[in-house]
Design a protein. Structure first.
Length: 158
């Protein structure tokens, strides 16, 4: 009698992220990755897709080889605010996309990153989410504008 495979959250999550990674690779296949000197428009989606595929395969293999490794996580109930946090993150990303051309990259990214850090922080109304949001958005701006010479929307600050 063979053991029936356990359908764990880790296995399902691994398969879903594998599908997303493969979809990213398929959709970005028409974009040029560029070179090491000049990064093309396909570089980021290809890198993210490859990362998702590789990490998903590791998760799937671990979930199949060691079905009890994730048992404690599967037995726990959902975090009380977990679903609300997911909805908040999705809403923030949609709002970011809508506001980005008008507010500009730096301001919209600061608000998005500060809110995302606040969602995950122990003290969401403390100074740390604002500091982390400023550092993250400033670093992203510097990377794109100063290093990669990418034009970003200036919006209200332009």
């Amino acid at each position: 009698m063979s053991a029936r495979p356990v359908l764990s959250r880790a296995l399902v999550g691994g398969v879903l992220f594998l599908a997303v990674g493969l979809l990213a690779l398929v959709l970005s296949s028409d974009l040029s990755p560029g070179t090491l000197r000049v990064v093309g428009p396909g570089a980021l989606p290809i890198a993210v897709g490859l990362g998702l595929v590789l990490l998903s395969v590791v998760l799937i293999v671990k979930a199949i080889r060691e079905p009890n490794a994730f048992a404690a996580a599967d037995d726990e109930g959902p975090e009380p605010w977990g679903r609300l946090r997911v909805v908040a993150v999705v809403a923030l990303i949609i709002a970011y996309i809508a506001v980005l051309p008008h507010a500009g990259f730096l301001l919209a990214s600061f608000v998005l990153m500060s809110a995302l850090f606040a969602i995950g922080a122990e003290k969401p109304f403390g100074p740390m989410p604002l500091v982390a949001g400023a550092l993250a958005s400033g670093t992203a701006w510097a990377l794109f504008v100063l290093i990669l010479d990418v034009r970003l929307p200036k919006g209200l600050l332009g």
